[in-house]
Design a binder for this molecule. Structure first.
Ligand SMILES: Cc1cc2nc3c(=O)[nH]c(=O)nc-3n(C[C@H](O)[C@H](O)[C@H](O)COP(=O)(O)O)c2cc1C
Length: 228
């Protein structure tokens, strides 16, 4: 049984960072620790208790390398897009500096993605990503279908990330391999026509276990009491 870090609940919730540069690629991650994290992940809710989630755990070197290559190809496209965060300019110089730091960290992960001893791909049954209405759902608004799908897999994935952090593991939600989701599905044998991938998480023990709160916009800019 992997030791649980002595973190307070709010501390766990507020210090589970996107870890890239502090992933320790040299330390193996036990299979049972990943299994414990997935047991905690699936305590999250799904609509009508559908439990239509899957977690693909990739440890084989060649598969990790192939996924990392797709991620890098995706990122090559991403960084050319005007709305991509590396191309955004904020009015606040502090925000720009923070963005530069995130970009530096993202470049590091981009280079070493394959080195993370475990890759986890949370998946959800049922494709809702095309303009075609999902089968069996009549005229249900697409927003509702999307909400049901991403609202199922995102909380479970976050549970996984929290459980991982509690055990000294670092994770980072990444999505750029999804430029090539079908090719990623082929690498692992995911039935692409029935299953959507939510993200690709590198998982590794962290170098040190102290993490700080993330820098966030002031609460007044995001909270809306009774009206927008
Ligand atoms: C939906 C989503 C997609 C993301 N995609 C990527 C990604 O492709 N690559 C990456 O390095 N980080 C990715 N991130 C991590 C964010 O960049 C990260 O949350 C941000 O840097 C803030 O850092 P923090 O979570 O430690 O506060 C993603 C996060 C989310 C929620």
């Amino acid at each position: 049984m992997t030791a649980i870090l002595p973190l307070g609940l709010d501390e766990l919730l507020t210090t589970t960072r996107s870890v890239r540069k502090r992933l320790d690629f040299s330390k193996p991650v036990e299979r049972e620790t990943i299994q414990q994290c997935i047991e905690i992940a699936i305590q999250a809710p799904t609509p009508s208790n559908l439990q239509n989630w899957h977690f693909v755990v990739v440890t084989e070197v060649e598969k990790r390398r192939a996924l990392a290559d797709l991620y890098r190809k995706g990122r090559e496209i991403y960084v050319t897009l005007p709305s991509a965060t590396p191309n955004l300019e904020y009015e606040d110089p502090k925000r720009n500096r923070m963005q530069e730091k995130i970009e530096e960290s993202a470049q590091y992960l981009n280079m070493y993605f394959q080195e993370a001893p475990v890759h986890v791909i949370p998946c959800i049954e049922g494709r809702t990503d095309s303009s075609k209405q999902a089968e069996g759902w009549g005229d249900t608004p697409n927003i509702l279908l999307q909400s049901a799908q991403w609202g199922s897999i995102a909380p479970a994935t976050w549970n996984f990330m929290l459980a991982a952090r509690a055990r000294g593991l670092g994770t980072c939600w990444t999505s750029l391999h999804l430029f090539f989701e079908e090719q990623a599905a082929e690498i692992i044998g995911i039935p692409y026509d029935k299953i959507m991938q939510a993200c690709l998480m590198p998982v590794a023990y962290t170098k040190g276990t102290d993490f700080k709160l993330g820098k966030r916009d002031p609460i007044d800019s995001v909270i809306h009491w009774d009206s927008w």
